[in-house]
Ligand binder design. Structure first.
Ligand SMILES: [Zn+2]
Length: 503
Protein backbone atom coordinates (compact mmCIF):
# COMPACT_ATOMS: atom_id res chain seq x y z
CA UNK A 1 0.00 0.00 0.00
CA UNK A 2 1.24 3.47 -0.74
CA UNK A 3 0.25 6.92 -1.80
CA UNK A 4 -2.95 7.35 -3.75
CA UNK A 5 -3.68 10.61 -5.53
CA UNK A 6 -7.34 10.80 -6.48
CA UNK A 7 -8.63 13.90 -8.30
CA UNK A 8 -12.27 14.24 -9.36
CA UNK A 9 -13.46 16.34 -12.28
CA UNK A 10 -13.90 19.97 -11.25
CA UNK A 11 -17.30 21.55 -11.76
CA UNK A 12 -18.42 24.57 -13.75
CA UNK A 13 -19.42 27.35 -11.45
CA UNK A 14 -22.46 28.44 -13.42
CA UNK A 15 -25.25 26.89 -11.35
CA UNK A 16 -25.95 24.90 -8.20
CA UNK A 17 -24.70 21.31 -7.93
CA UNK A 18 -27.23 18.59 -8.75
CA UNK A 19 -27.47 14.85 -8.21
CA UNK A 20 -25.11 14.08 -11.10
CA UNK A 21 -22.37 16.08 -9.39
CA UNK A 22 -23.26 14.41 -6.10
CA UNK A 23 -22.92 10.87 -7.49
CA UNK A 24 -19.43 11.66 -8.76
CA UNK A 25 -18.21 13.29 -5.55
CA UNK A 26 -19.76 10.73 -3.22
CA UNK A 27 -18.43 7.85 -5.36
CA UNK A 28 -14.93 9.32 -5.40
CA UNK A 29 -15.20 9.94 -1.65
CA UNK A 30 -16.17 6.32 -1.14
CA UNK A 31 -13.04 5.22 -3.04
CA UNK A 32 -10.87 7.65 -1.04
CA UNK A 33 -12.28 6.41 2.27
CA UNK A 34 -11.89 2.78 1.25
CA UNK A 35 -8.23 3.35 0.27
CA UNK A 36 -7.60 4.99 3.64
CA UNK A 37 -9.11 1.97 5.39
CA UNK A 38 -6.70 -0.19 3.39
CA UNK A 39 -3.79 1.89 4.66
CA UNK A 40 -3.05 4.14 1.69
CA UNK A 41 -1.81 7.70 2.04
CA UNK A 42 -4.70 9.22 0.13
CA UNK A 43 -4.65 12.68 -1.38
CA UNK A 44 -8.19 13.43 -2.55
CA UNK A 45 -8.74 16.54 -4.67
CA UNK A 46 -11.95 18.34 -5.58
CA UNK A 47 -12.53 21.81 -6.95
CA UNK A 48 -14.13 24.34 -9.25
CA UNK A 49 -13.70 25.17 -12.92
CA UNK A 50 -14.20 28.94 -12.90
CA UNK A 51 -12.95 30.41 -16.16
CA UNK A 52 -15.97 29.46 -18.22
CA UNK A 53 -17.63 32.15 -20.32
CA UNK A 54 -20.91 31.05 -18.77
CA UNK A 55 -19.63 32.47 -15.45
CA UNK A 56 -19.52 35.90 -17.07
CA UNK A 57 -23.06 35.46 -18.35
CA UNK A 58 -24.34 34.20 -14.99
CA UNK A 59 -22.59 37.02 -13.13
CA UNK A 60 -24.09 39.59 -15.50
CA UNK A 61 -27.56 38.19 -14.97
CA UNK A 62 -27.03 38.35 -11.20
CA UNK A 63 -25.55 41.87 -11.42
CA UNK A 64 -22.25 40.95 -9.74
CA UNK A 65 -18.63 40.66 -10.87
CA UNK A 66 -17.43 37.29 -12.22
CA UNK A 67 -15.09 37.07 -9.23
CA UNK A 68 -17.91 37.58 -6.71
CA UNK A 69 -20.05 35.08 -8.60
CA UNK A 70 -17.28 32.46 -8.62
CA UNK A 71 -16.58 33.00 -4.89
CA UNK A 72 -20.24 32.52 -4.10
CA UNK A 73 -20.55 29.38 -6.24
CA UNK A 74 -17.38 27.88 -4.73
CA UNK A 75 -18.89 28.43 -1.26
CA UNK A 76 -22.14 26.82 -2.29
CA UNK A 77 -20.48 23.75 -3.81
CA UNK A 78 -18.10 23.39 -0.86
CA UNK A 79 -21.03 23.56 1.59
CA UNK A 80 -22.88 20.82 -0.28
CA UNK A 81 -19.79 18.58 -0.34
CA UNK A 82 -19.24 19.12 3.38
CA UNK A 83 -22.85 18.18 4.08
CA UNK A 84 -22.42 15.07 1.96
CA UNK A 85 -19.35 14.24 4.10
CA UNK A 86 -16.78 14.44 1.30
CA UNK A 87 -13.35 13.92 2.82
CA UNK A 88 -11.26 15.79 0.24
CA UNK A 89 -7.76 16.81 1.30
CA UNK A 90 -7.52 19.74 -1.09
CA UNK A 91 -9.92 22.04 -2.90
CA UNK A 92 -8.67 23.84 -5.99
CA UNK A 93 -10.24 26.75 -7.81
CA UNK A 94 -8.92 27.56 -11.27
CA UNK A 95 -8.86 31.28 -10.41
CA UNK A 96 -6.23 30.66 -7.69
CA UNK A 97 -2.68 31.95 -8.29
CA UNK A 98 -1.25 28.42 -7.85
CA UNK A 99 -3.38 27.23 -10.76
CA UNK A 100 -2.50 30.20 -12.98
CA UNK A 101 1.17 29.41 -12.29
CA UNK A 102 0.64 25.72 -13.13
CA UNK A 103 -1.12 26.48 -16.44
CA UNK A 104 1.54 28.97 -17.48
CA UNK A 105 4.33 26.55 -16.57
CA UNK A 106 2.73 23.62 -18.41
CA UNK A 107 2.36 25.64 -21.63
CA UNK A 108 5.95 26.81 -21.31
CA UNK A 109 7.06 23.19 -20.83
CA UNK A 110 5.20 22.15 -23.98
CA UNK A 111 6.79 25.03 -25.92
CA UNK A 112 10.27 24.08 -24.66
CA UNK A 113 9.87 20.32 -24.99
CA UNK A 114 7.86 20.14 -28.24
CA UNK A 115 8.17 23.56 -29.96
CA UNK A 116 6.13 22.51 -33.02
CA UNK A 117 3.17 21.46 -30.91
CA UNK A 118 1.89 25.00 -30.37
CA UNK A 119 1.10 27.10 -33.44
CA UNK A 120 -1.13 30.03 -34.37
CA UNK A 121 -3.93 29.57 -36.87
CA UNK A 122 -7.46 30.55 -37.76
CA UNK A 123 -10.32 28.51 -36.53
CA UNK A 124 -13.86 28.42 -37.76
CA UNK A 125 -16.44 26.05 -36.41
CA UNK A 126 -19.62 25.35 -34.53
CA UNK A 127 -19.19 26.17 -30.90
CA UNK A 128 -21.17 24.78 -27.95
CA UNK A 129 -21.36 27.24 -25.06
CA UNK A 130 -22.33 24.37 -22.72
CA UNK A 131 -19.10 22.45 -23.37
CA UNK A 132 -17.03 25.55 -24.13
CA UNK A 133 -15.64 23.88 -27.22
CA UNK A 134 -15.93 23.65 -30.96
CA UNK A 135 -17.86 20.52 -31.96
CA UNK A 136 -16.93 18.04 -34.67
CA UNK A 137 -19.49 16.43 -36.99
CA UNK A 138 -19.52 13.26 -34.90
CA UNK A 139 -20.41 15.19 -31.74
CA UNK A 140 -23.41 16.91 -33.29
CA UNK A 141 -26.81 15.23 -33.13
CA UNK A 142 -29.85 16.84 -34.80
CA UNK A 143 -27.99 20.14 -35.17
CA UNK A 144 -27.11 20.27 -31.46
CA UNK A 145 -24.26 19.19 -29.23
CA UNK A 146 -24.94 15.61 -28.12
CA UNK A 147 -24.31 16.65 -24.50
CA UNK A 148 -26.41 19.82 -24.69
CA UNK A 149 -29.49 19.25 -26.84
CA UNK A 150 -31.15 22.43 -25.55
CA UNK A 151 -28.30 24.85 -26.31
CA UNK A 152 -27.92 26.29 -29.84
CA UNK A 153 -24.55 25.87 -31.56
CA UNK A 154 -22.92 29.12 -32.70
CA UNK A 155 -20.66 29.59 -35.75
CA UNK A 156 -17.37 31.21 -34.65
CA UNK A 157 -14.18 32.28 -36.49
CA UNK A 158 -11.05 33.69 -34.88
CA UNK A 159 -7.24 33.55 -34.59
CA UNK A 160 -6.23 30.98 -31.96
CA UNK A 161 -3.30 29.03 -30.67
CA UNK A 162 -3.50 25.39 -31.64
CA UNK A 163 -2.18 22.28 -29.97
CA UNK A 164 -0.89 19.57 -32.32
CA UNK A 165 -3.14 16.86 -30.86
CA UNK A 166 -3.07 14.88 -34.15
CA UNK A 167 0.57 13.97 -33.50
CA UNK A 168 -0.33 12.02 -30.34
CA UNK A 169 -2.89 9.57 -31.66
CA UNK A 170 -0.60 6.55 -31.74
CA UNK A 171 1.28 7.41 -28.57
CA UNK A 172 -1.93 7.74 -26.54
CA UNK A 173 -3.49 4.62 -28.10
CA UNK A 174 -0.34 2.62 -27.36
CA UNK A 175 -0.36 3.65 -23.70
CA UNK A 176 -4.02 2.76 -23.34
CA UNK A 177 -3.75 -0.65 -25.02
CA UNK A 178 -0.58 -1.52 -23.09
CA UNK A 179 -2.36 -0.67 -19.82
CA UNK A 180 0.31 1.87 -18.90
CA UNK A 181 -2.56 4.39 -18.94
CA UNK A 182 -5.73 2.56 -17.97
CA UNK A 183 -9.16 3.69 -19.12
CA UNK A 184 -12.08 1.94 -17.42
CA UNK A 185 -14.63 0.44 -17.49
CA UNK A 186 -13.68 -1.55 -20.57
CA UNK A 187 -16.63 -0.35 -22.67
CA UNK A 188 -15.46 3.25 -22.12
CA UNK A 189 -11.90 2.26 -23.07
CA UNK A 190 -13.25 0.84 -26.32
CA UNK A 191 -15.13 4.07 -27.04
CA UNK A 192 -11.91 6.04 -26.54
CA UNK A 193 -9.93 3.66 -28.75
CA UNK A 194 -12.56 4.03 -31.49
CA UNK A 195 -12.21 7.82 -31.29
CA UNK A 196 -8.45 7.45 -31.64
CA UNK A 197 -8.84 5.10 -34.60
CA UNK A 198 -11.03 7.67 -36.34
CA UNK A 199 -8.09 10.11 -36.12
CA UNK A 200 -7.48 13.31 -34.19
CA UNK A 201 -7.68 16.91 -35.28
CA UNK A 202 -5.49 19.57 -33.75
CA UNK A 203 -7.39 21.63 -31.21
CA UNK A 204 -7.70 25.32 -30.64
CA UNK A 205 -6.44 26.07 -27.13
CA UNK A 206 -6.90 29.82 -26.84
CA UNK A 207 -9.53 32.48 -27.42
CA UNK A 208 -9.00 36.04 -28.46
CA UNK A 209 -8.38 38.10 -25.36
CA UNK A 210 -11.27 37.61 -22.97
CA UNK A 211 -11.65 39.54 -19.74
CA UNK A 212 -11.98 36.33 -17.69
CA UNK A 213 -9.32 33.65 -17.97
CA UNK A 214 -5.59 33.00 -17.95
CA UNK A 215 -3.45 35.03 -20.42
CA UNK A 216 -1.70 32.80 -22.96
CA UNK A 217 2.04 32.75 -22.12
CA UNK A 218 3.91 34.91 -24.64
CA UNK A 219 0.74 36.20 -26.32
CA UNK A 220 -1.30 38.48 -24.08
CA UNK A 221 -3.85 38.98 -26.89
CA UNK A 222 -5.03 35.44 -26.23
CA UNK A 223 -6.63 33.71 -23.25
CA UNK A 224 -6.10 30.02 -22.51
CA UNK A 225 -9.08 27.96 -23.63
CA UNK A 226 -11.12 27.05 -20.56
CA UNK A 227 -10.92 23.29 -21.02
CA UNK A 228 -7.18 23.32 -21.58
CA UNK A 229 -6.88 25.48 -18.48
CA UNK A 230 -9.21 23.28 -16.40
CA UNK A 231 -7.48 19.96 -17.12
CA UNK A 232 -4.27 21.32 -15.68
CA UNK A 233 -5.84 21.72 -12.21
CA UNK A 234 -4.92 18.13 -11.39
CA UNK A 235 -1.28 19.04 -11.84
CA UNK A 236 -1.30 22.59 -10.48
CA UNK A 237 -2.89 21.34 -7.24
CA UNK A 238 0.24 19.24 -6.62
CA UNK A 239 2.34 22.41 -6.56
CA UNK A 240 3.62 22.01 -10.13
CA UNK A 241 6.05 23.38 -11.32
CA UNK A 242 7.60 23.78 -7.86
CA UNK A 243 9.91 21.03 -6.62
CA UNK A 244 8.07 18.30 -4.72
CA UNK A 245 5.02 18.08 -6.95
CA UNK A 246 6.02 14.48 -7.73
CA UNK A 247 5.03 13.63 -4.17
CA UNK A 248 1.50 13.39 -5.58
CA UNK A 249 1.89 13.34 -9.35
CA UNK A 250 1.19 11.22 -11.39
CA UNK A 251 -2.44 10.81 -10.34
CA UNK A 252 -3.41 7.25 -9.46
CA UNK A 253 -7.03 7.66 -10.47
CA UNK A 254 -9.04 10.35 -12.24
CA UNK A 255 -12.77 10.05 -11.59
CA UNK A 256 -14.78 11.70 -14.39
CA UNK A 257 -18.17 11.48 -16.08
CA UNK A 258 -18.56 9.54 -19.32
CA UNK A 259 -19.21 12.76 -21.28
CA UNK A 260 -15.67 14.07 -20.77
CA UNK A 261 -13.55 11.02 -21.56
CA UNK A 262 -12.21 12.65 -24.76
CA UNK A 263 -10.69 15.40 -22.62
CA UNK A 264 -9.29 13.12 -19.93
CA UNK A 265 -8.27 10.08 -21.98
CA UNK A 266 -7.00 11.76 -25.17
CA UNK A 267 -6.31 15.48 -24.79
CA UNK A 268 -4.94 15.39 -21.24
CA UNK A 269 -2.42 12.56 -21.82
CA UNK A 270 -1.35 14.21 -25.10
CA UNK A 271 -0.72 17.51 -23.27
CA UNK A 272 1.40 15.70 -20.69
CA UNK A 273 3.34 13.76 -23.33
CA UNK A 274 4.06 17.03 -25.15
CA UNK A 275 5.34 18.54 -21.91
CA UNK A 276 7.39 15.47 -21.00
CA UNK A 277 5.42 14.82 -17.80
CA UNK A 278 4.25 11.39 -16.61
CA UNK A 279 0.71 10.27 -17.41
CA UNK A 280 -1.93 9.51 -14.78
CA UNK A 281 -2.24 5.81 -14.12
CA UNK A 282 -5.93 5.47 -14.65
CA UNK A 283 -9.17 7.21 -15.62
CA UNK A 284 -12.50 5.87 -14.42
CA UNK A 285 -15.52 7.17 -16.35
CA UNK A 286 -18.84 6.76 -14.55
CA UNK A 287 -22.35 6.99 -16.01
CA UNK A 288 -25.02 9.58 -15.33
CA UNK A 289 -27.85 9.90 -12.87
CA UNK A 290 -30.91 9.90 -15.06
CA UNK A 291 -34.47 10.99 -14.69
CA UNK A 292 -36.84 8.65 -16.53
CA UNK A 293 -34.11 7.44 -18.88
CA UNK A 294 -32.79 10.87 -19.88
CA UNK A 295 -29.75 12.79 -18.64
CA UNK A 296 -30.59 14.95 -15.65
CA UNK A 297 -29.72 18.46 -16.64
CA UNK A 298 -30.40 21.91 -15.39
CA UNK A 299 -30.77 23.32 -18.90
CA UNK A 300 -33.41 20.69 -19.72
CA UNK A 301 -35.21 21.38 -16.42
CA UNK A 302 -34.95 17.79 -15.15
CA UNK A 303 -32.38 18.25 -12.39
CA UNK A 304 -33.60 16.97 -9.02
CA UNK A 305 -32.78 19.57 -6.43
CA UNK A 306 -29.89 18.31 -4.31
CA UNK A 307 -31.14 20.14 -1.25
CA UNK A 308 -34.48 18.32 -1.46
CA UNK A 309 -32.76 14.96 -1.94
CA UNK A 310 -30.54 15.49 1.13
CA UNK A 311 -33.42 16.76 3.25
CA UNK A 312 -35.52 13.62 2.60
CA UNK A 313 -33.56 11.30 4.95
CA UNK A 314 -30.24 13.05 5.57
CA UNK A 315 -26.89 12.90 3.76
CA UNK A 316 -25.99 9.27 4.55
CA UNK A 317 -29.22 7.91 3.12
CA UNK A 318 -28.68 9.85 -0.12
CA UNK A 319 -25.09 8.59 -0.36
CA UNK A 320 -26.33 5.07 0.21
CA UNK A 321 -29.03 5.28 -2.43
CA UNK A 322 -26.78 6.81 -5.11
CA UNK A 323 -24.05 4.24 -4.56
CA UNK A 324 -26.35 1.26 -4.06
CA UNK A 325 -28.78 1.84 -6.93
CA UNK A 326 -26.79 3.83 -9.50
CA UNK A 327 -23.11 3.28 -8.80
CA UNK A 328 -20.12 3.97 -11.03
CA UNK A 329 -20.69 1.69 -14.01
CA UNK A 330 -23.77 2.52 -16.05
CA UNK A 331 -26.37 5.23 -16.14
CA UNK A 332 -29.06 4.76 -13.52
CA UNK A 333 -32.49 6.21 -12.85
CA UNK A 334 -33.17 8.26 -9.76
CA UNK A 335 -36.72 7.83 -8.55
CA UNK A 336 -38.25 8.85 -5.25
CA UNK A 337 -40.02 5.49 -5.02
CA UNK A 338 -36.74 3.55 -5.27
CA UNK A 339 -35.11 5.90 -2.80
CA UNK A 340 -37.95 5.42 -0.29
CA UNK A 341 -37.90 1.65 -0.77
CA UNK A 342 -34.13 1.44 -0.22
CA UNK A 343 -34.34 3.61 2.84
CA UNK A 344 -37.06 1.53 4.45
CA UNK A 345 -35.80 -1.94 3.54
CA UNK A 346 -32.02 -1.60 3.75
CA UNK A 347 -31.46 1.19 6.22
CA UNK A 348 -34.42 1.45 8.63
CA UNK A 349 -35.58 -2.20 8.71
CA UNK A 350 -32.17 -3.67 7.87
CA UNK A 351 -29.15 -2.03 9.49
CA UNK A 352 -31.07 0.31 11.80
CA UNK A 353 -33.17 -2.49 13.23
CA UNK A 354 -30.17 -4.80 13.65
CA UNK A 355 -28.22 -2.16 15.56
CA UNK A 356 -31.05 -1.14 17.85
CA UNK A 357 -32.15 -4.71 18.67
CA UNK A 358 -28.62 -5.99 19.29
CA UNK A 359 -27.51 -3.08 21.42
CA UNK A 360 -30.79 -2.98 23.36
CA UNK A 361 -30.37 -6.66 24.29
CA UNK A 362 -26.78 -6.14 25.46
CA UNK A 363 -28.03 -3.25 27.60
CA UNK A 364 -30.99 -5.19 28.95
CA UNK A 365 -29.44 -8.60 29.59
CA UNK A 366 -25.80 -7.73 30.33
CA UNK A 367 -25.98 -4.19 31.74
CA UNK A 368 -24.46 -2.85 28.53
CA UNK A 369 -21.21 -4.84 28.77
CA UNK A 370 -20.37 -7.01 25.74
CA UNK A 371 -19.87 -10.57 27.07
CA UNK A 372 -17.16 -13.00 25.94
CA UNK A 373 -18.23 -15.61 23.42
CA UNK A 374 -16.68 -18.13 21.04
CA UNK A 375 -16.85 -17.61 17.27
CA UNK A 376 -20.05 -18.64 15.53
CA UNK A 377 -21.17 -19.32 11.95
CA UNK A 378 -21.96 -15.60 11.75
CA UNK A 379 -18.21 -14.85 12.12
CA UNK A 380 -17.39 -17.38 9.42
CA UNK A 381 -19.85 -15.68 7.12
CA UNK A 382 -18.20 -12.31 7.77
CA UNK A 383 -14.82 -13.33 6.40
CA UNK A 384 -16.40 -14.24 3.06
CA UNK A 385 -18.17 -10.88 3.05
CA UNK A 386 -14.93 -8.97 3.57
CA UNK A 387 -13.38 -10.86 0.65
CA UNK A 388 -16.23 -9.99 -1.73
CA UNK A 389 -16.19 -6.41 -0.47
CA UNK A 390 -12.46 -6.05 -1.21
CA UNK A 391 -12.87 -7.65 -4.61
CA UNK A 392 -15.68 -5.22 -5.47
CA UNK A 393 -13.98 -2.05 -4.24
CA UNK A 394 -10.30 -2.73 -4.81
CA UNK A 395 -10.16 -2.31 -8.55
CA UNK A 396 -13.63 -2.38 -10.08
CA UNK A 397 -15.35 0.31 -7.96
CA UNK A 398 -18.44 -1.84 -7.95
CA UNK A 399 -20.30 -0.16 -5.10
CA UNK A 400 -23.41 -2.20 -5.78
CA UNK A 401 -21.59 -5.52 -5.27
CA UNK A 402 -19.74 -4.27 -2.19
CA UNK A 403 -23.02 -3.18 -0.57
CA UNK A 404 -24.71 -6.42 -1.59
CA UNK A 405 -21.97 -8.23 0.30
CA UNK A 406 -22.31 -6.09 3.43
CA UNK A 407 -26.08 -6.35 3.40
CA UNK A 408 -25.88 -10.13 3.17
CA UNK A 409 -24.20 -9.82 6.58
CA UNK A 410 -26.84 -7.38 7.85
CA UNK A 411 -29.62 -9.74 6.80
CA UNK A 412 -27.70 -12.77 8.07
CA UNK A 413 -27.36 -11.15 11.50
CA UNK A 414 -31.05 -10.25 11.61
CA UNK A 415 -31.87 -13.89 10.77
CA UNK A 416 -29.41 -15.05 13.43
CA UNK A 417 -31.38 -13.09 16.05
CA UNK A 418 -34.63 -14.72 14.95
CA UNK A 419 -32.98 -18.13 15.01
CA UNK A 420 -31.27 -17.80 18.38
CA UNK A 421 -34.16 -16.02 20.14
CA UNK A 422 -31.97 -14.31 22.75
CA UNK A 423 -35.09 -13.29 24.72
CA UNK A 424 -35.96 -16.98 25.14
CA UNK A 425 -32.38 -17.81 26.13
CA UNK A 426 -32.54 -15.07 28.78
CA UNK A 427 -35.88 -16.29 30.10
CA UNK A 428 -34.59 -19.86 30.34
CA UNK A 429 -31.37 -18.74 32.05
CA UNK A 430 -29.18 -20.27 29.32
CA UNK A 431 -26.39 -17.78 30.02
CA UNK A 432 -23.57 -19.31 27.98
CA UNK A 433 -25.66 -19.41 24.84
CA UNK A 434 -26.95 -15.90 25.43
CA UNK A 435 -23.37 -14.63 25.89
CA UNK A 436 -22.29 -16.36 22.69
CA UNK A 437 -25.19 -14.80 20.77
CA UNK A 438 -24.72 -11.26 22.07
CA UNK A 439 -20.93 -11.36 21.55
CA UNK A 440 -21.42 -12.59 17.96
CA UNK A 441 -23.83 -9.74 17.28
CA UNK A 442 -21.42 -7.17 18.74
CA UNK A 443 -18.57 -8.44 16.54
CA UNK A 444 -20.88 -8.38 13.56
CA UNK A 445 -21.87 -4.76 14.22
CA UNK A 446 -18.20 -3.84 14.61
CA UNK A 447 -17.49 -5.30 11.17
CA UNK A 448 -20.50 -3.66 9.58
CA UNK A 449 -19.59 -0.23 11.03
CA UNK A 450 -16.13 -0.47 9.45
CA UNK A 451 -17.35 -1.80 6.10
CA UNK A 452 -20.06 0.84 5.64
CA UNK A 453 -17.80 3.73 6.62
CA UNK A 454 -16.85 4.59 3.01
CA UNK A 455 -20.54 4.67 2.09
CA UNK A 456 -22.33 6.18 5.08
CA UNK A 457 -19.56 7.71 7.20
CA UNK A 458 -21.81 9.68 9.54
CA UNK A 459 -24.01 6.73 10.51
CA UNK A 460 -20.98 4.44 10.67
CA UNK A 461 -19.44 6.78 13.25
CA UNK A 462 -22.68 6.86 15.29
CA UNK A 463 -22.78 3.08 15.36
CA UNK A 464 -19.08 2.95 16.22
CA UNK A 465 -19.58 5.20 19.24
CA UNK A 466 -22.65 3.23 20.35
CA UNK A 467 -20.41 0.13 20.26
CA UNK A 468 -18.17 1.86 22.78
CA UNK A 469 -15.29 2.28 20.32
CA UNK A 470 -13.32 5.43 21.07
CA UNK A 471 -10.84 5.59 18.18
CA UNK A 472 -11.51 6.35 14.54
CA UNK A 473 -12.72 3.88 11.93
CA UNK A 474 -9.32 3.63 10.29
CA UNK A 475 -6.82 1.19 8.82
CA UNK A 476 -6.14 -0.45 12.18
CA UNK A 477 -9.88 -0.94 12.76
CA UNK A 478 -10.04 -2.53 9.30
CA UNK A 479 -7.07 -4.73 10.22
CA UNK A 480 -9.04 -6.13 13.18
CA UNK A 481 -12.03 -7.24 11.09
CA UNK A 482 -10.88 -10.86 11.36
CA UNK A 483 -11.13 -10.84 15.15
CA UNK A 484 -12.72 -7.69 16.51
CA UNK A 485 -11.85 -7.18 20.18
CA UNK A 486 -15.15 -6.23 21.76
CA UNK A 487 -15.34 -8.25 25.01
CA UNK A 488 -15.89 -6.15 28.12
CA UNK A 489 -16.65 -2.92 26.25
CA UNK A 490 -19.65 -0.89 27.38
CA UNK A 491 -22.19 -0.15 24.67
CA UNK A 492 -25.15 2.15 24.65
CA UNK A 493 -28.45 1.95 22.91
CA UNK A 494 -28.22 4.58 20.17
CA UNK A 495 -31.11 6.74 19.09
CA UNK A 496 -32.56 5.20 15.93
CA UNK A 497 -29.88 5.28 13.21
CA UNK A 498 -32.50 5.52 10.46
CA UNK A 499 -35.80 6.70 11.91
CA UNK A 500 -38.94 5.82 10.00
CA UNK A 501 -40.58 8.90 8.50
CA UNK A 502 -43.62 9.96 10.52
CA UNK A 503 -46.23 10.13 7.77
ZN1 LIG B 1 -22.06 20.80 -25.41
Amino acid sequence: MGRFYLPTAIDYSNGDPHLGHALEKVGADCIARYRRLRGDQVHFLMGMDEHSQSVIAAAERAGVTPRAWADDMADRFARFWRRLECSHDDWIRTTEPRHVAGVTALLERIRANSPDDLYAGEYEGLYCAGCEEFKTEAQIVDGHCAEHPTIDLVSLKERNWFFRLSKYRDAVAQRITSGEFRVDPEFRRNEVLRLLEAGLQDISISRQRRPWGIPFPGDPQQTVYVWFDALINYLSATGFPEAGYEKHWPADLHVVGKGITRFHCIIWPAMLLAAGIGLPKRVWAHGYVQWEGAKMSKSAGTAVDLETAIARYGPDALRYYLLRDIGFWNDGDFTWDRFDARYTADLADGLGNLASRSLAMIVRYRDGIIPAGATTPLDARASGVVESYDAALGDAFDFVKALDAVWSLVNGANQYIVQREPWALAKAGRDAELDETLAALARCLYRIAVLVEPFIPGKAAELWRALGQTGAIDASAFGRLGEPQVTGIRVEKPRALFPKPTV
